[in-house]
Write a protein that binds this ligand. Sequence first.
Ligand code: HEM
Length: 508
Amino acid sequence: MVSVILETVYAFLISQTDVIMTVILLLVLAALWSMYVPNKFPPGPVAWPFVANSSGLKGDLSEFLIALSERYGGIFSVKIKGRKTVIINDIDMIREALVKKEFGGRPWRFFNDVLSEGGKDITDCSYSPEYVARRKLLIRLLRNATVRQRMEEAAREAFLQVKNSIDDINGKPFNPQPYLALVVGSAATSLCFGRKYNIDDPELREIICAFENVNERFDHEVLIEMFPILRHVPTKGVRESKKAVSDWLMLIQSKIDQRKSQHNEGAVYSLLDGLFKFLKDADESGRDVSGWLTDVNVRQILSNVFIAAMFPTVITIAWFVAYLVNYPDVQTRMQQEIDDVIGPENLLLSSDAGTLRYCRAVILEVLRIRTVALRGLPHKTLENTCLGGYSIPSGTEIWMHFGNVHMNSKYWHEPEEFHPERFLDEDGNALPTPNTFLPFSAGRRKCVGESVAMNLITFTCVSLFQHFTFSPAPGQDKPSLKPDSSEGFSQFLPYEVVAKRRTGRETD
Ligand code: HEM
């Protein structure tokens, strides 16, 4: 009996030792693998196993990457959150990578995967025939003149209500961000669902609130990004992320169902109407689109467009207000142009936008100096490839450092200076934007909403400064121009300003 027990204990210990030895061996192999640098891989600092480059663990990632670009130049590699990442700063290499199909993947991110229901959208879907088909369809729908006209009407109506609300504040300090979100949010709901809301409609507030809850969860789960297996552990963070997404997607689905019941077949006033019509036409002509456009894909395209439209557009307009409060001369010159071209009261029409050359230059300068997507959205190589004489294996994460390109003195004269005139010739005519200007990226995965964004930004910025003069809130600092870049986006710090109603041509 004793010998049986002893044998069992011995066998148990041996098996435990085996397990421990195997785990240690696997960890050593994984550590070695994580430190392995492929032949002719872009140079970079030595990294700790698994995690990141030591100096990149603390402090501002943007500053760390800029310091590395000064040391390694146009292309280098660095380990971030456990991933070997190639950072490209050189404009020719960026442009080459952006047009090459093999750079068209997207790396896996826990939250994006949950939000996109496994890449069923456009932004988080890797380059594939299904992705190309959805992207093409969205580009076509975004060009629809009726859809655009309706969206502009919604922005105009929302702006008039926001203008009244700002009037009601009566020169007291306020935070403009929620007002900007209402204008852009109204335009985005019209664009996506064909619904126009009053800015105090609880339904609109509910959509914006659910969007903000989702927005806050991006890039939260740092540990899961490093060790994806942890996504299966139902921590508080994982539960909160999933809850925010499920509330958001249920809301989107409810808007789809509402519209379906009211939809006048054939009429296209929004992206959703366009998607319904496309599906109906495909069905009638016997075309099978179920491989790339299911009900889930429809929900995902709308969720994707709403988030992609709201987030960077509101941030850009908020930067615009912050800059113009800091640069009152630029504000005055812009108001003069607005008074001359459209008058002090008429609302801007899209046909006027081309004649507001100085306003356009100011907007482009804000997009340059405070590039919202500092490093674009991450790309991933889909096969082994080369760039700039280096070899990059399939599956490598790629960041195009647009923010750094926009602030590089090799490409821009005095890049730290806020100088809208750089986009104008000596006679004040608009210059074509240089090929080093990439706030919307370029190539195969370029932002599909550039012209929608430019319409919304131009309309909102011009209308705000046509009707109000913005200045610092008494007793408070001017809005900070230092970005918070901790999440890879150039976020502004919350600020308050004062808006004084303009009465006609007071800049004369
Ligand atoms: C100031 C406003 C905006 C900025 C700065 C901006 C910038 C960008 C950038 C840098 C990308 C990544 C491109 C890449 O991966 O190479 C992107 C992607 C995207 N944007 Fe925008 N965007 C803005 C507004 C909009 C709007 C208004 C819409 C929709 C109407 C939109 C829809 C999208 C979509 C769907 C993608 C994914 C494209 C793809 O993966 O193929 N964006 N945007």
